[in-house]
Write a protein that binds this ligand. Structure first.
Ligand code: ATP
Length: 233
């Protein structure tokens, strides 16, 4: 990493009526690192990532992403994200789905081939989206997030629901993004997963950051996380 903060979050808070979904999260993601946001279901991961991408507004706190405001055109142009399961046209091929998005984003067509290669979908690019496995659908979502060649990639539980092969492929892809020098912020509820693919990990529980570690230091936290929810890779 270069040590330059790409994401700087202070006191981030989101309330829904009486529910405190996120309660004062501080978070810094440095350029070039793969940062894992680890926590059990309902911990506040998705809500935090939705605020970081400008999909929802915080109740309180400050967020700086790539020096700007989440959701602003400058920041959106340099960030790629997959927060919800990506929506694609089922009867179009993966290739045509990405071409449509590329056209909309004014991205060169050649980039579509590059991202398909990156996510290992080149061979299946002409198959209908509806025929893809869940893992392939998720990788197409990552491909879409990469179209603009973003500095920062934000992925909400990218391996959630995948079978072992799908998980393995997605993890390999994320490691590749990291070794290319891209900055990745991802969420997960699997300790083994963030140990495999992340440089640094923040643990969130009940809407609060309860710990932050370099991945080598994480072993001691096993118990803490397991208490929150049984975890397995
Ligand atoms: P998951 O892995 O299940 O997505 P998470 O860590 O992403 O979990 P969030 O989805 O951020 O957790 O939810 C945090 C808390 O906020 C939960 O208690 C959830 O029920 C609540 N919450 C989230 N979104 C809303 C909403 N739109 N309205 C009301 N409560 C919400």
């Amino acid at each position: 990493t270069t040590g330059v903060p790409l994401v700087e979050v202070i006191g981030l808070t989101k309330r829904y009526g009486d529910t405190l979904a996120v309660g004062g999260v501080d978070l810094t993601v440095l350029a070039g690192e793969v940062y894992g946001f680890l926590g059990p279901n309902g911990a506040g991961k998705t809500t935090t990532l939705r605020m970081l991408t400008g999909l929802i507004a915080p109740t309180a706190g400050t967020i700086k992403v790539l020096g700007g405001r989440p959701g602003s055109p400058e920041v959106l142009g340099k960030t790629g994200s997959m927060i919800e399961s990506p929506a694609f046209y089922p009867y179009l091929s993966g290739l045509d789905n990405l071409r449509l998005l590329a056209e909309y984003a004014e991205v060169a067509r050649a980039r579509v081939d590059e991202v398909l290669e990156l996510v290992d979908l080149k061979e299946r690019a002409r198959d209908r989206f509806s025929q893809y496995s869940l893992g392939m659908k998720q990788r197409l979502g990552v491909a879409a997030a990469l179209l603009k060649d973003p500095e920062l990639v934000i992925l909400d539980e990218p391996t959630n629901g995948l079978d072992p092969a799908g998980m393995r492929d997605m993890r390999r892809l994320i490691r590749e993004l990291g070794s290319e020098g891209r900055t990745v912020l991802l969420s997960s509820h699997l300790l083994g997963e963030v140990q495999q693919i992340c440089d640094r990990v923040g643990i969130i529980d009940g809407g609060k950051m309860v710990a932050e570690h370099n991945v080598e230091e994480l072993r001691g936290e096993q118990e803490l996380v397991i208490r929150a929810q049984p975890l397995q890779a």
